[in-house]
Design a binder for this molecule. Structure first.
Ligand code: VGL
Ligand code: ZN
Length: 240
């Protein structure tokens, strides 16, 4: 007959034996290769503390992104890059306030505080990013009458930024998306990357969201439905 201590010991061993290999495998199980690219979305001063459209805890993505970037030979960064008086700014629509919406020819548009105006300090990438190997910086949202959350397609749903062509030309098959904000530019970029045929991962702890009227939960639901994989930075193998 097994006594209580023996049962516990047996359970303990079995539980450990069952769990340990999985736990070990789960750590850093994704190894970026030469067909993988990290997309670092809009880590710009306007979205960081003190910025005009500051994302809560936005600065916390920077060390996480710097760390995972070491695992990638291919890194593309994006910059939200609006004209002065851009159509997405609440300030150009009389009687409208930031975070309200309007209907535009291409659909619903959330209105924002003025942000990421071309050539301003707010539009600069964070000086704390440390990704010297980054190959391309893609700017978006530079047409005055069309917004572009996505790094692939403007909000009219048809004007390409050229990013899909660039990635295909570089033989990239898998993209990892990180940055700001989870529920806008990160999510729209990830969804369009899927539509363009890439395998797509969003690195959750390397992103922060704005969460305007349930937008963060909706974004994660849309991403899951589209087959985008939700991972953590610790899932990515960083050192060779
Ligand atoms: C973004 C709102 C407006 C973003 C850009 O980078 O997520 N959000 N423009
Ligand atoms: Zn913007």
């Amino acid at each position: 007959m097994l006594d209580r201590r023996k049962i516990l010991a047996t359970l303990g061993t079995t539980a450990l034996a069952a769990l340990a290999p999985t736990a070990l495998l789960a750590a850093a199980s994704i190894k970026p290769d030469e067909t993988s690219a990290l997309l670092v979305i809009d880590v710009q001063n306007c979205f960081l503390p003190g910025g005009s459209l500051a994302v809560k805890e936005g600065e916390q993505v920077v060390p996480v992104i710097n760390k995972i970037a070491k695992g990638f030979a291919n890194v593309v960064m994006t910059q939200d890059w609006h004209t002065p008086g851009h159509i997405s700014f609440a300030s150009v629509h009389s009687g409208k306030k930031p975070f309200e919406t309007i209907d535009l020819p291409y659909g619903k548009q959330v209105l924002w505080p003025d942000h990421c105006v071309q050539g301003t300090d707010g539009a600069s990438l964070s000086k704390d990013l440390s990704i010297p190997q980054a190959e391309l910086i893609i700017r978006k949202g530079f047409h005055k009458n069309v917004d572009s959350y996505s790094a692939f397609l403007e909000a009219d749903g048809k004007t390409s930024t050229g990013l899909a062509g660039y990635l295909r030309g570089r033989k990239i098959k898998r993209v990892f998306v990180a940055g700001l904000a989870t529920d806008f530019c990160v999510a729209w970029t990830a969804l369009d990357a899927r539509k363009a045929g890439f395998e797509v991962y969003v690195v959750e702890d390397a992103c922060r969201g704005i969460d305007n009227q349930g937008s963060l939960a909706k974004a994660w639901a849309d991403l899951a439905k589209a087959g985008v994989k939700r991972i953590q930075s610790a899932d990515i193998a960083v050192s060779a």
